[in-house]
Design a protein around this ligand. Sequence first.
Ligand SMILES: *[C@@H]1O[C@H](CO)[C@@H](O)[C@H](O)[C@H]1NC(C)=O
Ligand SMILES: *[C@@H]1O[C@H](CO)[C@@H](O)[C@H](O)[C@H]1NC(C)=O
Ligand SMILES: [Mn+2]
Length: 397
Amino acid sequence: MLSSLVLLAVSFAAAAAHEHDTLEQIPVGYVKYPWQATYPGDNEVTADSIFSGITTFARLPWVQCLGKDADEAFDIAFIGAPFDTGTSYRPGARFGPSGIRAGSRRLTLYGGYNVPLGVNPFMSGLKIVDCGDVPVTPYDNKHAIAQIESGHKTLLHRTPFSPLGNDSVTGEALVPVSKDGKHHPRLITLGGDHTIVLPLLRSVHSAYGAISVIHFDSHLDTWKPSVFGGAPSHQAEINHGTYFYWAAQEGLVRNGSSIHGAIRTTLSGPADYENDDTIGFQRIEAREIDTLGTDGIIKKIRDVVGTDPVYLSIDIDSIDPAFAPATGTPETGGWSTRELRTILRGLDGLHIVSADIVEVAPAYDTNAELTTMAAADVLFEVLSVMAKTPLGKVAKK
Ligand SMILES: *[C@@H]1O[C@H](CO)[C@@H](O)[C@H](O)[C@H]1NC(C)=O
Ligand SMILES: *[C@@H]1O[C@H](CO)[C@@H](O)[C@H](O)[C@H]1NC(C)=O
Ligand SMILES: [Mn+2]
């Protein structure tokens, strides 16, 4: 018995050694079946093992944009902001960036072609990268908020990889939609709790001035600090329920052309809506989907923001907890993942200058990764819309 076991072990070892001798090193970069690499085109085999390797968003190349690769240009970058010390209920969104990346692994399993939008953002010619995370301290909110602003701004002011190009209809050269007249890359930030939008809007303001915001959330997030959190200190006044209040005070949000969607929170009273009006937001309640449908909601959003540049902020809690349970302050009665994705595709053609998804707290997720998958798929729609629409316009004659 013992001798036959030894014999078996020896023959295994011999087989392994033989295999080692004959197998060649797997080539790096684009290779054909059976080692197919990333983003094959139409009609090609997609046998790459998407579950292997280091996890980046949609298996995009990892570029250390804030480190040793400071000179590398890109057109659209994913950047994490692992901050959650502005949360009122469940903490844990600091793990959002890594969770969303894990949920995004299979986005390119079949190639990444977006059927309803008719685009493969990964093969659109734009250079899309994952910049990793902004370093964020968990010990000092004021410092963390400054870190996020600085990291975002550094990337936003980098010269894009691709030129703006010409109008697809008229062939005329496009001019940037920014306020500073420059062509900027686009950033998609992986939160983090919603507080991060204050530093993100400060950064966006440096290129685009006051901007229209499309905000999907079950909560208003425009609350006065005295109402939300009670403001025992100035640091406590800046949190994930008040950042839009501060953004409006600083003139970062365009008054009257910004809109919330999927609102369904309870309030301190009707005064919260009066305050929200003063901040400058229109509102779409979650339940309006029963009467307006997705088409009506898309129309309402487009009527409010018009054709001007827009910033998009998506709280995962806009989706119902049945589909996305892993979030800081869940509210039932929300939209399905399908409904939010349809509404996002309805933003096709808008100049979305940058975007974020926030409040993904993977510790509360199901074993099936429902929430992180929903977050990744939602961003796939945002990325597709961005890839279709250059951040330019035809100059007025
Ligand atoms: C884009 O427009 C510019 C200026 O009108 C023109 O010189 C250039 O040839 C155009 N490029 C393409 C690819 O059409
Ligand atoms: C937005 O405009 C309204 C109406 O003009 C005004 O009452 C309100 O104070 C403005 N809000 C901000 C934050 O500037
Ligand atoms: Mn929020």
